[in-house]
Design a protein around this ligand. Structure first.
Ligand code: BG6
Length: 501
């Protein structure tokens, strides 16, 4: 994590009238301002096709009340902050938009000195190339250190389109100027996996195929596709969640120890993991995967629609809203240890959790009656909610004889630290402003991640499911996902809550 930089900064948000600006970007920038993590001289420029400065100010203020972790903005602080915010209406196809932007930035720099210039593309991917070209033509991409472009996912929709997009960006920007966001990498608990693994001597010796039986990664959501039916129809859970967030979590668990905390060192080690993933194309991808789509069901006792009834969704849609996968990482550390991944919308509850299930002890000397169901050790990393880590182990029950039961040792963020966890976007924006690429996806990471999911995209496209919908909203997904593990004599871990300290 970088200390706040003193170099002035200009953050330009393209697509400023959109949802992301209101929900995430502006609350994150405001919170950084409150925490004195922004340079004293900064300017935020919203660019969108419509609206005016006053509308924009009202819009983002509303966003604070609804979405900031600190709730409604304090009027005095807000008045100070809003002085740094300006708005420009502009068409991304017009060179004038970019020359006008360049003038604003130069004017700011005349008074405040050379700034780092962050161009955040919170727009549909179709215009990423157009905006990058416009910036290049206006001379806003030529400073290879200070000009930075931030791209939201989806970064393409397959290997070919992601390469094409990359080539478009590379016409104006160098790779080092491109910050591809995967917001999971900004989450405190995801970063803590590195601290847990590499700042403690205790776990590394058992972090391998000799002691680990298998790993489970669950990212479940209880919401449906909400207002994003149109986008989701072109994406599905494999592109929306697996290609990025779940594979990144896999990397954090499986990567080798780092030599240093250098951006390229971290990313090289992750690429090594992704390259070692056994290609699904070499096997029958259907044997290693399960797809699902939610039908109508209930949430908190209320009826909720199925995916095909959502706004913007084809009533005969074959888009998957659930994916379960079994992957192998073919290297010395992980050979033949299965990594089970699952993610889905409208599941029973919101939960992002990694479970490391250790092998049973080689010989159980206790009486067969000592335990009703002996459970090998498990380490549970809760990414969200109930952020924390639990170790489950066996203990003797008090009383006569030797009876065993499973007990837990837990660390919870909330009970341990007084400061509240920052939002992922706060961390990520601060890192871009500091010019640190560690938490961002490099082009080769994107490519290998697409390589992993591509055989499945092809297999599913060539055989659309005729069983959809195959799970009810509010459930834990299709039965076939349970079968994927049951075939190996395993089952999904029950979601674990962190005991409060
Ligand atoms: C986004 C996906 O990247 O991540 C969404 O596009 C999903 O579909 C979201 O809802 C989940 O993020 P989080 O932080 O709420 O787990």
């Amino acid at each position: 994590m970088n200390a706040p930089t003193s170099q002035p900064a200009v953050v330009t948000i393209f697509g400023a009238a959109g949802d992301l600006t209101k929900r995430k970007l502006m609350p994150a920038l405001y919170n950084l301002f409150l925490d004195k993590q922004l340079p004293s001289h900064f300017l935020i420029i919203g660019v969108a096709r419509r609206g005016d400065e006053q509308n924009f100010r009202d819009y983002i203020k509303e966003g604070m009340t609804e979405f900031s972790r600190r709730g409604a903005a304090d009027p005095k602080k807000w008045a100070e902050f809003i002085q740094h915010v300006t708005y420009t209406v502009g068409d991304f196809t017009s060179p004038k938009t970019f020359t006008h932007l360049a003038e604003k930035i130069h004017k700011f720099e005349e008074t405040n000195g050379q700034s780092s210039r962050i161009f955040y593309l919170s727009t549909p991917p179709a215009v990423f190339g157009l905006i990058a070209d416009g910036l290049g033509a206006a001379g806003l991409a030529s400073d290879k250190v200070n000009d930075r472009i931030v791209i939201e996912k989806p970064f393409g929709r397959d290997l070919e389109s992601s390469e094409a997009l990359n080539n478009e960006l590379l016409k104006s920007f160098d790779e080092k100027q491109i910050y591809r966001i995967d917001h999971y990498l900004g989450k405190e608990t995801v970063q803590n996996i590195l601290a847990f693994r590499f700042a403690n001597a205790l776990y590394e010796p058992v972090w391998n195929r000799r002691y680990v039986d298998h790993v489970q990664i669950t990212v479940s959501e209880d919401v449906g596709v909400e207002k994003r039916g149109g986008y989701y129809e072109t994406s599905g859970a494999l592109r929306d969640m697996v290609q990025n967030h779940l594979l990144q979590l896999l990397c954090m668990v499986a990567m080798e120890p780092l030599v240093s905390f250098d951006a390229d060192e971290v990313r090289n080690k992750k690429v090594d993991v992704l390259k070692a993933v056994r290609p699904l194309g070499r096997m029958n991808p259907h044997d290693y995967s399960v797809r699902g789509q939610y039908g109508p069901g209930t949430k908190d006792g209320l009826a909720v629609p199925g995916y095909r009834q959502e706004t913007g969704v084809d009533p005969k849609s074959t888009t998957e809203t659930f994916v379960a996968l079994k992957l192998y990482v073919d290297n010395w550390r992980w050979q033949d240890v299965p990594f089970y991944l699952r993610t889905g919308k409208r599941l029973s509850r919101k939960l992002s959790q990694i479970v490391i299930v250790f092998r049973p002890v080689p010989h159980l000397m206790f009486d067969a009656n000592a335990s009703e169901s002996f459970e090998p050790n498990r380490l549970i990393i809760n990414i969200q909610p109930d952020e924390g880590i639990i170790l489950k182990f066996q203990a003797k029950e008090p009383g006569a004889g030797m009876r065993l039961s499973t007990v837990s040792m837990g660390f919870d963020y909330e009970g341990t630290f007084t400061s509240s966890s920052r939002e992922a976007y706060e961390t990520l924006l601060q890192e871009v402003i500091s010019g640190d690429t560690t938490l961002f996806m490099r082009d080769d990471q994107e490519r290998v991640a697409w390589n992993i999911v591509e055989p499945l995209l092809e297999a599913w496209a060539s055989r659309p499911s005729n069983a959809f919908p195959n799970y009810s909203a509010g459930s834990w997904g299709p039965e076939a996902a349970d079968m994927l593990l049951a075939r190996d004599g395993r089952s999904w871990a029950n979601p674990m809550l962190i005991p409060k300290s």
